[in-house]
Design a protein around this ligand. Structure first.
Ligand code: TRP
Length: 453
């Protein structure tokens, strides 16, 4: 995003696309399908939809709004908007700083697998529809400690250089131009997957015919965590991106469009994957490996598969860059604006911290697999702590701040662009939600999901 301190966007459409660039990433292509598969399919999807509408969207609106009001990084924002003496709101920003590092520690590892798959696809090494062979190919990559770490460092090197060279804006512009292509490829995959023999009926039933008995408190918490993760909210990415929004930007309209577009990419990924899972006999609950086995199988069963498969993984790699840049922006903005480091030094320190934290996450698929905390390896622990604990906690605090401290008059001024937008009813609804409904709902899901009661 912005390379010099805070030089907002030049068009309202540019803002929309940049925000979309942060939202769409491995969350759609990798995390959404694996979680949907592991949590029983349609029931999980239903809860995820509700969480996105009732919790995700209101939080996204007010978080973006605070960022634009303060035009500062995630910590300084709360010094600017909170009343004097209420220093504790800054904790939201610090928690976001930590969450960003934790998320990137595993996210960059998965991006490394995607980079490796670009090469493997081009060389025809993963052109198989056989679950055993697909599993072996994926296993060979992630269980090799050296190559999986090296690929993660390639990802960190690429994204770190983009930030340090100050070309994020340019790269994001290129990435955005390519995203419609990813969308089209997903559509093609959906058609192929649905027309495989014996695919459509079980695949669509798995995705869209919910079995309510499968919706446990843990499933609900996971769906909520995914809603936060998908919309990049609860830890300061949208505060930071909001700080680049234009004064005449219609924040509720922009965020709603981003949410809808993001949702459609995830749904397409789901429709591309699950019918094929049943046609070829993959295991829907395979977890993180699901996408890496199923997508190549669908491509393998169509003409020109190798070429399209390579392009698909390349586009996914590019989409992950946009999301990682938005994550990096949180610690980099904090380190450069609050600690007076130049952007280069701030980026370098951030990348080094992620590389260190990333070692246990990436090696948890091989030599460190047996080292567990709370029964989880480092990869799962980072994901759980960030998505299912820190982001929802950040969401509660942001809602409480806006609902009880910031107040309705300020909210009306900010979301109504000083009275120029005819959206008072909508603002009141958002206010009611973030004051009463959203924080309570998140707290219930969090406490219940963590088995506190
Ligand atoms: N939303 C991105 C994805 O789905 C990941 C991401 C970018 C993110 N910025 C974030 C997740 C901030 C949580 C918080 O791939």
């Amino acid at each position: 995003m912005a390379q010099s301190a805070r030089d907002g966007f030049t068009s309202t459409f540019g803002v929309l696309l940049a925000t979309l660039g942060s939202a769409v990433g491995l969350g759609n292509i990798w995390k959404f399908p694996s979680l949907t598969g592991m949590n029983g399919g349609a029931g999980f999807l239903l809860v995820y939809l509700l969480a996105t509408l009732l919790v995700g969207l209101p939080v996204m609106i007010v978080e973006t709004m605070l960022g634009r009001a303060a035009r500062a990084n995630a910590i300084t924002t709360f010094e600017k908007v909170a009343p004097r003496g209420q220093w504790w709101w800054k904790i939201i920003g610090w928690m976001g700083f930590l969450a960003a590092l934790l998320i990137m520690a595993f996210y960059s590892g998965v991006a490394g697998w995607v980079y490796a798959y670009v090469i493997k696809a081009a060389m025809g090494e993963i052109s198989t529809t056989d679950p055993k062979a697909a599993g072996a190919a994926f296993g060979a990559l992630v269980s090799n400690p050296v190559s999986s770490l090296l690929w993660q460092w390639v990802v960190l090197g690429v994204t770190g250089s983009i930030i340090m060279l100050g070309v994020s804006r340019g790269i994001e512009a290129v990435a955005r131009k390519l995203m419609p292509l990813l969308f089209i490829l997903l559509l093609v995959l959906c058609v192929r997957s649905l027309t495989l023999p014996g695919a459509a009926a079980p695949g669509l039933a798995f995705l869209f015919s919910p079995d309510l008995a499968k919706i446990t408190p843990a499933v609900v918490l996971t769906a909520l965590g995914l809603a936060f993760f998908k919309l990049s909210i609860g830890m300061g990415t949208m505060l930071t991106y909001g700080s680049y929004f234009r004064e005449d930007q219609n924040i509720p309209a922009t965020t709603t469009r981003v949410m809808l577009a993001d949702l459609s990419v995830s749904l397409l990924a789901g429709i591309a994957i699950f019918p094929a899972v049943f046609a070829f006999g993959f295991e829907p609950a395979a977890g993180p490996s699901l996408v890496f086995m199923t997508i190549p199988a669908v491509f393998t069963s169509m003409p020109g598969g190798t070429v399209f498969m390579t392009i698909f993984f390349l586009l996914t790699a590019i989409a992950s860059v946009g999301a990682i840049l938005s994550l990096l922006e949180v610690p980099v903005a904090i380190l450069s604006e609050r600690f007076g480091y130049g952007r280069k030094r701030a980026s370098l320190y951030t990348i080094l911290a992620i590389a260190l934290l990333g070692v246990p996450a990436t090696l948890s698929q091989s030599v460190m697999a047996e080292i567990k905390v709370f029964g989880m390896n480092a990869f799962d622990l980072y994901d759980f702590l960030s998505s299912n604990v820190m982001l929802p906690l950040g969401g509660i605090l942001i809602c409480l701040f806006v609902g009880w401290v910031y107040g309705l008059p300020q909210l009306e001024k900010q979301l109504g662009n000083d009275g120029s937008l005819p959206n008072r009813g909508l603002i009141r609804a958002v206010f009611f939600l973030v004051r009463y409904v959203t924080p309570l709902l998140i707290a219930l899901v969090l406490l219940h999901g963590l088995k506190v009661f």
